[in-house]
Ligand binder design. Structure first.
Ligand code: BGC
Ligand code: BGC
Length: 863
């Protein structure tokens, strides 16, 4: 039985190569959409939400579910208000690293930097600080953090918004970020669900803009094992952390759109993971009215079909569909209750302040409805919400700076005779740090990627600024900066005089609607930008103490120069946000001892990664098929499997001190046997039955192109403006989709994040770690497991912590392994299973420096 999934996986793989469109690229239907149970820590919130929703009329419930249209209100997305209940419209605002489209906010380091800290505490602190800023601007839902893309391909444009390509690193850090945001009274929205791993083809209209003649968005074709063991894993952690909202993605999954997909939404997210919050669509990712409602979507964003069409799949059409019985009332009640439960769970009823900014202008006065230029007034109160968050931003930035190479030259003391600073990436954007909309350019130092996951800088401390002041303050050495990468003779002249040269290089990426120098969101290659390799080589050829600093959105190829004898140190600073220069100076001058570890692998070639984004359509004008043929083998799993030597491995990073690992101990715990969840749900509950007028109230003055829940006719067909109105429901309502009777529970479900037995601890592991050097520093013990099966990765990360030790100090690091940690997904049983293959635990300080190991004895693993 335990071996069952292996043989299935082999059959699937064989089929996949036999046909052009693999048969597994099909998303099975799963209906009805699970109504929330209000389980666990959601109980109180559900009591309140049910009480609230029970008092609402149909159009008021619909108003909670549907956005009012693009740029029709202050936030990047807003639903309708319920004035009768004194309930104002909910505000959704980007993004994963701070507040987009606002002033007097903090531009935090990107998610990928949080990944590099390997620090749960810092993830929490940054989440808390971001949440507090959103709260104080009046935001209800922060559109972040991002864990999709996870980082399947190194060139994926939005990888930097998340925490890196390992599901366990990602899962731990996303949980802490969510807790931070929600603890201060804002709903977190984890995104993008799911397998949203490339920008190219994510939306057909956007792709057509780049000259690709396709009619549908690409399909990410993922097998069941890979879905569970890789992409769904961090979402399970997010649900377990109590996340209030999930954003469904633009792409299709196995040829069904993210927000229309009953398998991913109904089965995986709401069924198996027991998600109690609400699913909102990505902007314009909503593709059908009745279909998406039955497939589990709870909120349509931004509400109109396409931006500013004035029409909606929901709004009046949802009112109609419930009224004529196509969508059962329980489904719309469930949407409303889920939304309100998230609201109460994070105590929005106590923490909400008026929305006091406006996404569409930084001026104080402007249009209330910017999309249609209606209403004029004071729209931006310019409230400074930063508090002391610069401290958090700086701390995360320095703690995420990875020291990849150090021939003993770092730290510097600031009294060097002659410091040369070379490279555009050390200096300012000559147009100003916020000059390019959504950071869509590559001028000056790179401190974030581009797209909706950005924030305006309140200031941006450049590396040159910080280093020059450091040296000037000491008043001893010379410092000269050259910011033009192509000023070769000037560079040579300065570098020839220098005793130490700091060369700055970068490579960015971002969201698909902006192209920077031919990088249409995704990177077009993995090389450094703006002559970066040549720049390093020029400097290294003239200065025997060349220190390279990189600001990049992900791995770049460093093979040309990383082992050059004159390249004495290499630092990766990621995308560090507003405190870039200060944080870098902290590390370079030794105020902060680097403790970061690379959150991804640095390969010698792009091919070594085994995957890249799909570049050309491969299904004619139909949906491009992105086959995730590599399965779970991305990043270090792939390098390990192929025995490919990377330049710097996942989890690697140096310190100014050294550490020793000793004495691994494993203790098996008394655990209950794993019990598949059994039983049935309650029947679908209805909340409230207040009937109301479905037509627009008389004399109501409408904002142009605004989405309202009301109808403009008493004739439903006329009101729907749908030429196909009246089509027999069999033609578009899937079997079972409206069935509100009690339903069987899923064996792998039963609690937040899945079957509670998965989170039961089976083993305790401890290791002694000693600082054997002369400086206080941080080490990141990393626990990996070999699951032992022929289709398993050599090792997978399962635990980590970041700990600080004084010189000579020892500590016992304790961690544990849950049942999930040692299980595989069995697609036949549709459950997790601990296989009989021998399993081993490793502890070390990178994915390839596995210093200690011990077997997990099967007798102790209670299956
Ligand atoms: C992005 C989302 C973002 C939304 C709202 C979309 O284009 O994919 O991540 O939250 O826009 O700005
Ligand atoms: C009707 C459909 C219509 C939908 C949205 C349903 O109730 O049966 O024909 O497309 O409402 O207007």
């Amino acid at each position: 039985m335990w071996l069952g999934w292996l043989s299935v996986a082999v059959v699937l793989a064989a089929r996949a190569t036999a046909t052009e469109q693999p048969s597994w690229a099909y998303s099975p239907p799963y209906y009805p959409s699970p109504w929330a149970s209000g389980q666990g820590e959601w109980e109180d919130a559900y009591d309140k939400a049910r009480t609230f929703v029970s008092q609402l009329t149909l159009t008021e419930k619909v108003n909670l579910t549907t956005g009012v249209g693009w740029m029709e209100e202050a936030c990047v997305g807003q639903v309708g208000a319920i004035p009768r209940m004194g309930f104002r419209s909910l505000c959704m605002q980007d993004g994963p690293l701070g507040i987009r489209f606002a002033d007097y906010v903090t531009a935090f380091p990107a998610g990928i930097n949080v990944g590099a800290t390997w620090s749960k505490d810092l993830a929490y602190l940054r989440g808390r600080a971001m949440g507090a800023e959103q709260r104080d601007k009046g935001v209800d839902v922060q559109l972040g953090p991002a864990i999709g893309p996870l980082g399947r391909s190194p060139d994926g444009g939005r990888n930097w918004e998340g925490f890196g390509p390992d599901p366990v690193l990602s899962g731990n850090l996303v949980s802490q970020t969510i807790k931070g945001i929600q603890d201060v009274g804002v709903i977190a929205c984890v995104k993008h669900f799911i397998a949203n791993e490339q920008e190219r083809f994510r939306q057909a209209p956007e792709a057509r803009g780049y000259g690709f003649n396709i009619s549908e968005s690409s399909s990410s074709n993922v097998d069941d094992v890979t879905m569970h063991e890789l992409y769904l894993w961090p979402f399970a952690d997010a649900v377990r952390a109590g996340v209030g909202a999930v954003m469904c993605s633009y792409n299709q999954i196995n040829n069904s759109y993210g927000c229309s997909n009953s398998y991913t939404q109904n089965k995986l997210l709401k069924g198996e993971l027991g998600f109690q919050g609400f699913i909102m669509s990505d902007w314009q990712a909503h593709h059908s009215g009745v279909g998406d409602a039955l497939a589990g979507l709870d909120m349509s964003m931004p509400g109109d079909t396409l931006f500013l069409t004035g029409r909606s799949y929901w709004g009046p059409n949802l009112t109609i569909a419930v009224t004529n019985g196509t969508i059962p009332q329980w489904r719309v009640d469930d949407m409303a209750v889920r939304i309100m439960a998230a609201y109460y769970k994070v105590h929005r009823d106590r923490s909400q302040v008026p929305i006091n900014f406006n996404s569409w202008t930084r001026n104080e006065f402007g249009y209330l409805h910017a999309g249609v230029q209606e209403g004029y007034g004071r729209v931006n109160e310019k409230i400074n919400v930063r508090g002391r968050h610069a401290v958090v931003a700086r701390k995360v930035a320095s703690a995420s700076t990875v020291l990849l190479k150090n021939n003993g030259v770092l730290p510097l003391n600031g009294k060097e005779d002659f410091t040369a600073i070379v490279g555009e990436d050390a200096g300012p954007n000559l147009w100003g740090p916020n000059s390019c909309p959504d950071r869509g350019c590559a001028n000056g130092t790179l401190a974030m990627g581009w797209g909706s996951g950005t924030a305006d800088f309140p200031y941006l401390v450049t590396p040159a600024q910080a280093i020059e002041s450091e040296i000037a303050l000491k008043g001893v050495g010379n410092v000269m900066s050259v910011f033009d990468n192509y000023a070769t003779s000037q560079i040579k002249s300065v570098v020839s005089q220098s005793t130490v040269s700091l060369v700055f290089v970068n490579a960015g990426s971002g969201e698909g609607y902006i192209s920077v120098d031919g990088n249409e969101g995704d990177r077009k290659n993995l090389t450094l930008w703006k002559n970066g390799d040549e720049l390093v080589e020029t400097v290294a050829s003239l200065c025997n103490n060349t220190i390279v600093v990189m600001h990049t959105a992900g791995p770049v190829l460093v093979d040309k120069w990383y082992d050059h004898p004159n390249v004495t140190a290499i630092l990766w600073a990621g995308l560090p946000g507003q405190e870039s220069g200060n944080a870098l100076a902290d590390v370079i001058y030794g105020r902060v001892n680097p403790g970061a570890k690379s959150p991804f692998t640095w390969g010698k070639t792009a091919e070594d990664y085994g995957v890249s984004i799909l570049k050309a359509p491969n299904a004619g004008t139909k949906a491009p098929q992105v086959d995730f043929k590599e399965g779970i083998f991305i990043d270090y799993r792939r390098f390990d499997k192929m025995n490919t030597e990377p330049i710097y491995e996942f989890g690697f990073g140096l310190s100014y001190t050294t550490f020793a690992f000793s004495d691994i101990r494993i203790e098996s715990l008394q655990a209950e046997p794993y019990a598949p969840t059994e039983g049935y749900t309650t029947p679908a509950p209805n909340f409230g039955n207040s009937s109301d007028e479905l037509q627009f109230p008389s004399g109501f003055s409408q904002v142009r192109l605004y989405i309202y829940p009301w109808l403009n006719s008493t004739n439903l067909k006329e009101a729907s403006m749908d030429p196909e109105y009246g089509l027999p429901t069999e033609e578009y309502v899937p079997p079972g989709a409206t069935d509100g009777r009690s339903q069987p529970l899923l064996a792998a479900g039963g609690g937040p994040g899945g079957n509670p037995g998965l989170y039961e601890e089976l083993f305790k592991v401890s290791v002694t770690i000693t600082n054997t050097g002369k400086k206080t520093g941080d080490e990141v013990p990393q626990l990996y497991v070999s699951l032992g099966g022929p289709n398993d990765a050599k090792v997978v990360l399962r635990g980590f912590d970041r700990i600080t030790l004084r010189p000579g100090q020892s500590t016992v690091w304790r961690t544990s392994l849950t049942r999930r940690d040692i299980s595989n997904w069995d697609p036949v049983a549709q459950n997790w299973v601990v296989t009989a293959h021998p399993k081993t635990v490793y502890v070390g300080n990178s994915s390839r420096n596995l210093l200690l190991s011990a077997p997990l004895t099967s007798s102790s693993a209670r299956l």
